[in-house]
Design a protein around this ligand. Structure first.
Ligand code: PNS
Length: 165
């Protein structure tokens, strides 16, 4: 039985992430989506907020659970008995960093391999940072994230539900 982990910042979760989650959940017996909790970045959402949003958007996926982790991903994956790390590739620009990370993670924990899923074309442009940027200027983010996520992004940015400050 193959157990996979899909790690990330998910700040916030987007339709691009959800697409990868659904496709990975179809391939692997168990999928854990895990939020990094000690990033050097200053996130918009706390780890608990990101975990809770992921739980809500994944509630209908029976073989998916949500966690958070601290420290090195490869060590967490090995300690928790995951066989595979899932990462999404949107474009060739993602590849160099992702290849380096996959090779480093495999060097740290040889029992863990990385599997890349190519992002569906309709989400190839999408990232959490783009969502935060559009929301910051009061733009409409409902094509990028589920409604419950959009509401929380606007609330953080001090913008009402119609996208107006
Ligand atoms: O969504 P992101 O920000 O692209 O995800 C990157 C993430 C969180 C998966 C990665 O930065 C991570 O796991 N960092 C924890 C520290 C670590 O293990 N780094 C990899 C060694 S190269």
């Amino acid at each position: 039985m193959a157990r996979a982990i899909y790690p990330g910042s998910f700040d916030p979760v987007t339709y691009g992430h959800i697409d990868i989650i659904k496709r990975a959940a179809d391939i692997f017996d168990e999928l854990t989506v895990s939020v990094l909790s000690n990033s050097a970045k200053s996130p918009l959402f706390s780890v608990d907020e990101r975990v809770n949003m992921l739980k809500e958007v994944c509630s209908d996926l029976k073989n998916v659970r949500i966690t958070s982790y601290m420290g090195l991903l490869a060590e967490y994956a090995q300690d928790e008995g995951f066989d595979v790390i899932i990462r999404g590739l949107r474009a060739i620009t993602d590849f160099e960093y992702e290849l380096q990370m996959a090779q480093t993670n495999h060097k740290i924990s040889e029992s863990v391999d990385t599997v890349f899923l190519t992002t569906s074309l309709e989400y190839a442009y999408l990232s959490s940072s783009i969502v935060r940027e559009v929301a910051r200027y009061g733009g409409d983010i409902h094509n990028f994230v589920p409604d419950l996520v959009a509401e929380q992004v606007y609330a953080k940015a001090g913008i009402d539900r119609n996208g107006k400050q």
